[in-house]
Design a protein around this ligand. Structure first.
Ligand SMILES: CC(=O)SCCNC(=O)CCNC(=O)[C@H](O)C(C)(C)COP(=O)(O)OP(=O)(O)OC[C@H]1O[C@@H](n2cnc3c(N)ncnc32)[C@H](O)[C@@H]1OP(=O)(O)O
Ligand SMILES: O=C([O-])CC(=O)C(=O)O
Length: 377
C-alpha cells in the first residue's frame, strides 16, 4: 500500500500502464524507434506522410501506396464552411492551441465518426485539415484574409503549413525542415497527451474526442508547450554570456528551464541532435549570430551544472523562428504531427480494449457524521 502510494504520487513514473507495438523510448537511456525503425533513419530518409502511414497502417508504404496516400491527404484539405465560420469567431488573442482544440472538436460535430469502421478516413481528414485549421484562423484573425486551404501547391503537410501561413510556396530547405520536425514529433509511446487519448479511447469514445483531449494535454508547458517557452527564454538574451549568467540565476532560484530534461530519457533525447543540426543550417541561412549561439550556450550550461540535456523542444524553438513561424504557432505544429501517433494509439487501444481505470490510494478523512447545513462552520 505504502509503495503504491509513493509511486502514484510520483507521476506513475516507471510503471507499465499497457502494451504498444508502436514505439520504444529511451531503451538504453536514449534511442527512439517507430515500429522498429530508428527515428534517426526516418528523419534522414522518410517523408512525414510515409511515417504517418507506418504508424497508422502498420508498415512503410511502397511507392504507389505512398503516392495514393499523399493524393488522398491532398484531396481532404478543404475546410467545411461551418468550421470556417467558427474559426472566424475566435478572437485574435486566443491561444492557437485553444483554436486547435476547438477546430478539432468542431470537425467532430460536422463529420462525426459514427462507427469505428470510419476511423481511418476520420484520421486522414484530421491530418489533412489541421494545418489548414490553424492557418485559416491565424490569417483571418491577424490579417482579415480568408485563405483558400484546398488549392495549395505543396504536396507535403509541412510545406502546406508554411505555404498557408506565409502565402507563398516555401523553399526546399524549409519544406525539408518541416518534414523532419513532423517526423521527430510524430510518436512517443505513453507520453501525457497520448495517454490522454488512450484513456478516452478506452471508453469507446469517438476519435475527435480522443484527439481533442490529447490537444488539451499537449498544451501545457511541461509537455508540448515547452517549445514556445524555450523561445521566450532564448529571446531574452543578446549574447551567450548573458544567457549563461541568466541561466545560472534561474538555476539558483530553482526555476524550471523549459526545453530541458525528460521523464524517460536519462542520457539524451535523440531528437535533439537532429533538430539542432537543422537549426544550425537555418541560422546560417538567415545570418543569425545570436539565437543559435545563445541556444548552444544554454545547452552547455545546463549539462555542466545539472546534467540536464535538451529535449526535442529546445532547438525546435530557434529552428521554427528562423523559418518565420510566430512563436504561438509552435505547439500547434506539434499537434499536426502527433495526431498521427495519437490516432495510431487510439486504433491500437480499440483493437484490444479494456477500459483504463486504475485505483487511487485514499488519503481523505475517515467516516464523518452528516452535519445539517445550519450546524456547519
Ligand atoms: C516533447 C516533450 O514534451 S519533452 C518535455 C518538455 N517539457 C519541458 O521541457 C519542461 C521542462 N522540463 C521538465 O519540467 C521536466 O524535466 C519534465 C516534465 C520533462 C520531466 O519531469 P520529471 O520526470 O518529473 O523530471 P525528473 O524527475 O527527471 O527531475 C529530476 C530533477 O531535475 C529537475 N529538473 C528536471 N527538469 C528540469 C528543468 N527543465 N529545469 C530545471 N530543473 C529541472 C527537477 O526539478 C528535479 O529536481 P529535484 O530532484 O531537486 O526535485
Ligand atoms: O514522452 C514524453 O513524456 C514527452 C515527449 O518527449 C513527447 O511526447 O514527445
Amino acid at each position: 500500500m505504502a509503495e503504491a502510494k509513493k509511486l502514484s504520487g510520483a507521476g506513475l513514473r516507471g510503471q507499465v500502464a499497457g502494451e504498444t507495438a508502436l514505439c520504444t523510448v529511451g531503451k538504453t537511456g536514449t534511442g527512439l524507434t517507430y515500429r522498429g525503425y530508428d527515428v534517426t533513419d526516418l528523419a534522414a530518409n522518410a517523408q512525414f506522410e510515409e511515417v504517418a502511414y507506418l504508424l497508422l497502417r502498420g508498415k512503410l508504404p511502397n511507392q504507389s501506396e505512398l503516392d495514393a496516400y499523399k493524393a488522398k491527404l491532398k484531396s481532404l484539405r478543404n475546410l467545411p464552411d461551418a468550421l470556417k465560420l467558427v474559426l472566424e469567431q475566435i478572437p485574435k488573442d486566443a491561444h492557437p492551441m485553444d483554436v486547435m482544440r476547438t477546430g478539432c472538436s468542431m470537425l467532430g460535430n460536422l463529420e462525426t465518426e459514427k462507427d469505428f469502421s470510419e476511423q481511418d478516413d476520420k484520421i486522414d481528414r484530421m491530418l489533412a485539415t489541421f494545418p489548414a485549421i490553424i492557418t485559416y484562423w491565424y490569417r483571418f484573425a491577424h490579417e482579415g484574409v480568408r485563405i483558400d486551404t484546398a488549392n495549395s501547391e505543396c504536396d507535403s503537410i509541412g510545406g502546406l503549413f508554411l505555404e498557408l501561413l506565409h502565402g507563398k510556396k516555401p523553399s526546399e530547405l524549409h519544406e525539408r525542415v518541416m518534414n523532419v520536425s513532423l517526423i521527430l514529433y510524430a510518436e512517443h509511446e505513453f507520453n501525457a497527451s497520448t495517454f490522454t487519448a488512450r484513456v478516452c479511447a478506452s471508453t469507446l469514445s469517438d476519435i475527435h474526442s480522443c484527439v481533442t483531449g490529447a490537444i488539451g494535454s499537449l498544451r501545457g508547458p511541461l509537455h508540448g508547450g515547452a517549445n514556445e517557452a524555450a523561445m521566450e527564454l532564448i529571446q531574452k538574451f543578446k549574447t551567450p554570456e548573458e544567457a549563461e549568467a541568466g541561466l545560472m540565476g534561474m538555476l539558483e532560484r530553482k526555476e524550471k528551464i523549459m526545453g530541458f530534461g525528460h521523464a524517460i530519457y536519462k542520457e539524451s533525447d535523440p531528437r535533439n541532435a537532429i533538430i539542432k543540426q537543422w537549426s544550425e543550417k537555418l541560422a546560417k541561412e538567415v545570418g543569425d549570430t545570436v539565437l543559435y549561439p545563445v541556444s548552444v550556450r544554454c545547452e552547455e550550461v545546463m549539462w555542466r551544472e545539472k546534467k540536464l540535456f535538451c529535449n526535442a523542444d529546445f532547438f525546435h524553438a530557434s529552428a521554427y523562428h528562423f523559418m518565420g513561424i510566430p512563436t504561438e504557432l509552435f505547439t500547434p505544429i506539434f499537434v499536426m504531427s502527433r495526431v498521427s501517433g495519437w490516432a495510431a494509439h487510439v486504433k491500437e487501444q480499440r483493437a484490444n480494449n479494456r477500459i483504463i481505470r486504475p485505483s487511487a490510494d485514499y488519503t481523505g478523512p475517515e467516516h464523518q457524521d452528516w452535519l445539517p447545513i445550519e450546524e456547519r462552520s
